[in-house]
Design a protein around this ligand. Structure first.
Ligand code: CP
Length: 293
């Protein structure tokens, strides 16, 4: 069985093939039925609006049966291990698991142990990876920059704690985008990438700005007296954007007026809801692709 745990699980040519298929799904040229007769289980140990709903929509459109395990009411609360839960769900008939967990590595461990029994797709693990988000982000970028090689993107915010940033840094680099990390020192990961403490200093160079949420749930101690203090330096405002010809992205959920100002949320350069829409088509294409194996 094929799993999707990090963006490294697909080659560049496979990713481009998946993008072509996603375009067909997006244009409603095709309504797949490739998952008819398959059953998918969604296991979200962390909250989600976009990832869970768009996976469920994608599965529905592909004809799969989808069962959501309500973690709070499951037997994991009685002490059953995650692996035993998965083995049991596999016996019930799960062909595909979509899992989100606060601990990095859980989807990988599940994939190793389920091996040839079911496909495992990572819906986000700790601060490590969110591969379907990175895929939909790159897909969105290619809608505006069909050849993204050489384009510059500023990734802004709590990069160190962001699985979205981690997956995007790996994937976008592979497709030749130049990445500038923009964050206060305590939100910067250790990388060889160029970085800046100020978006104002680099905004004239970039084609794309990707804003991130401050991941307060992953902070071991308060890093700012308040998010408003952080916003003074890193909130994307109309004044900061000016009339520059750039696109603004954010994986969601957005902290309004902390990450992005209200007035910018409705700006035509802001592509957040397009990212979400693309997420369904990309997840359909990924599900269809891995179901071939
Ligand atoms: N982008 C993202 O992962 O959003 P959710 O947490 O709502 O799934």
């Amino acid at each position: 069985m094929r799993h999707f745990i990090t963006t490294n699980d697909f080659s560049n040519s496979e990713i481009l093939e998946i993008f072509q298929r996603a375009k067909q799904f997006l244009n409603h040229e095709e309504k797949g039925n490739e998952l008819s007769g398959k059953t998918a289980m969604t296991l979200f140990f962390e909250n989600s609006t976009r990832t869970k709903s768009s996976f469920e929509m994608a599965l529905n459109r592909l004809g799969a049966t989808t069962i959501h395990l309500d973690i709070s009411k499951s037997s994991t609360s009685k002490g059953e291990t995650l692996l035993d839960t998965a083995y049991n769900l596999n016996s019930i008939g799960a062909d595909i698991f979509i899992i989100r967990h606060s601990d990095a590595g859980v989807p990988y461990k599940l994939a190793q142990n389920l091996s040839n029994r079911s496909s495992v797709i990572n819906g986000g693990d700790g601060a490590f990876a969110h591969p379907t988000q990175a895929m939909l982000d790159l897909f969105t970028i290619t809608q505006y920059f069909p050849n993204p090689e050489g384009k510059k993107i500023a990734i802004v915010g709590d990069i160190r704690n962001s699985r979205v940033a981690n997956s995007n840094i790996k994937l976008l680099s592979r497709f030749g985008l130049e990445i500038i990390l923009v964050a206060p020192p305590h939100f910067l990961p250790k990388t060889n990438l160029r970085y800046s403490y100020s978006l104002r200093d680099v905004i004239d160079e970039v084609d794309i700005v990707m804003s991130l949420r401050t991941q307060t749930e992953r902070h071991s101690q308060a890093t700012y007296a308040s998010l408003k203090d952080y916003a003074k330096d890193f909130c994307i405002t109309k004044e900061l954007l000016g009339n520059r010809d750039i696109i603004l992205m954010h994986p969601g959920p957005v902290h309004r007026n902390i990450d992005i100002a209200d007035e910018v949320m409705n700006d035509p350069r802001t592509k957040i809801l397009e990212q979400v829409k693309n997420g369904v088509a990309i997840r359909m294409a990924i599900l269809e692709y891995i179901s071939k194996y």
